[in-house]
Design a protein around this ligand. Structure first.
Ligand code: PLP
Length: 428
């Protein structure tokens, strides 16, 4: 048996995200035709893909340009010209006062979260151990196992608000969040907005409440904007992006259509950026320069944000309508199926109140029937066992459905799903 340091302990227990990615990959490389409603891949949206392809060709056409992008290391915080343009553009759009000292680029935002969740959890110099507090639960599966120290994540269950006609939304439980903060054992609050997995989006006044709590208890608020404004801009309602001098706002180029190029962007107070920059130098010298180079011009003049806003929400909205219509036509809204109001991103979070089996079992039945979704129970990083045992816990009654695929995959896949759910529903 090989001897590893304790570093390996953080991943030896098979993280949920590993099991899931591995399972999805195995299912996809098998011979059976599958309706893929499971992964987090963005759709292929013609005009935006074409924009990237042309930018790629322009870089390749000029020997000088190519050498500038691929032939040298950027600084450890990432390309300075890009960071300046990004800070200036967002300041102009939202009235924030950012400079390049507030911007750090990373190898994808997943990597940004690994750094941030560890910077604000684990042992602190004052002798205290602190945790990351997830103010919403369910929450993004990719945060699980990110903490290098044991028990470094703590989730507060969301409150469920029924909206009628088969819809509901989750919101934050301010009382329980306050109680958790009062222990003094929290190092940062973290949420995804829009949320993966629910597609929900904390409203502007809920964000204000959360951010004033964070400030009151002197912990930063980390906001994961992987699906939100200003890019990819997959937001259907009015929620505005949130930033202030106690916020760390994390963005990514992945969901605009570039997951293969790995570009994350952290906006944060300069003292946080300066630590991140040092860790990055140690971890990988410098982040990659290709992603920033592809969108540099469009970030500087704002045209890239407009392009995303023009094409991405409509692309996903069409798929979302089809997915909701299929579920509500084939199952009885509220009684058989409840859907989280989709405010952004490209997921539906569906709860099946009359199901006689758990959604982990449903997931296996669906896989046999050629449909891949993700069982809800994966999406509760940091949720204490007591809360998992509560009758209100919806992890075993829910699934996450991605609607980034083509329309026929969505319709056929969900029809099969509805049939399986009807067979497994209680007759009462
Ligand atoms: N945050 C959320 C909510 C996500 O869904 C994802 C990817 O699915 C990420 C972060 C990480 O994305 P990337 O590392 O490609 O930027």
């Amino acid at each position: 048996q090989r001897r590893f340091s304790r570093f390996a302990d953080t991943v030896l227990g098979e993280p949920g995200i590993f099991r899931l990615m591995d399972d999805l990959d195995a299912a996809l490389t098998g011979s059976q035709k599958l309706h893929m409603l499971g992964g987090g891949n963005p759709g292929n949206v013609g005009p935006v893909s074409e924009y990237f392809r042309r930018a790629f060709l322009r870089i390749g056409e000029s020997a000088d340009h190519f050498a500038r992008v691929a032939g040298r290391y950027d600084g450890p915080a990432g390309n300075t010209q890009f960071r300046k343009a990004f800070a200036a553009s967002l300041s102009a759009m939202y009235g924030w006062s950012l400079t390049e000292s507030n911007v750090v680029l990373t190898q994808g935002s997943q990597n940004a979260f690994f750094l941030l969740l560890n910077l604000f959890s684990g042992p602190f110099p004052d002798g205290r151990g602190r945790k990351i507090l997830f103010a919403l639960s369910p929450e993004y599966i990719g945060y699980e196992n990110s903490g290098l120290h044991e028990n470094s994540l703590l989730a507060v269950p969301s409150k469920k608000i029924p909206l009628g006609d088969g819809f509901f939304r989750y919101t934050i439980d301010i009382e329980r969040i306050t109680q958790a903060l009062q222990t003094g054992n929290i190092g940062a609050i973290c949420i995804s907005r829009p949320s993966n997995p629910t597609g929900g989006m904390l409203e502007d006044d809920e964000m204000k409440n959360l951010s004033s709590l964070a400030r009151q208890f002197d912990v930063p608020l980390i906001v994961d904007g992987a699906y939100g404004d200003p890019m990819p801009g997959v937001v259907y309602g009015n929620g505005r992006p949130y930033y202030d001098d106690n916020t760390i706002f994390v963005l990514s180029l992945s969901k605009t259509g570039l997951p293969g190029i790995r570009t994350g962007i952290i906006l944060a107070p300069a003292d946080v950026c300066s630590v991140l920059e040092r860790i990055q130098a140690v971890q990988h010298l410098a982040p990659g320069g290709l992603g920033p180079a592809l969108v540099q011009e469009g970030i500087a003049d704002g045209s890239f944000f407009k392009l995303c806003k023009e094409h991405l929400p409509v692309f996903y909205r069409e798929r979302q309508r089809l997915a909701i219509d299929t579920l509500f036509n084939e199952l009885e809204p509220d009684r058989d199926v409840q859907i989280h109001r989709p405010d952004g991103a490209f997921f539906l979070w569906a709860v099946f109140p009359r199901l006689t089996i758990s959604t982990s079992e449903l997931y296996l039945d669906l896989k046999k029937a050629g449909v891949l979704v993700v069982p809800g129970s994966y999406y509760y990083p940091g949720l204490p066992d007591d809360d998992r045992l509560s009758p209100e816990w919806e992890g075993q009654r829910s699934i996450r459905i991605s609607y980034s695929q083509d329309l026929s995959t969505i319709q056929e896949g969900l029809s099969i799903l509805c049939q399986v759910v009807r067979e497994k529903n209680s007759r009462a």
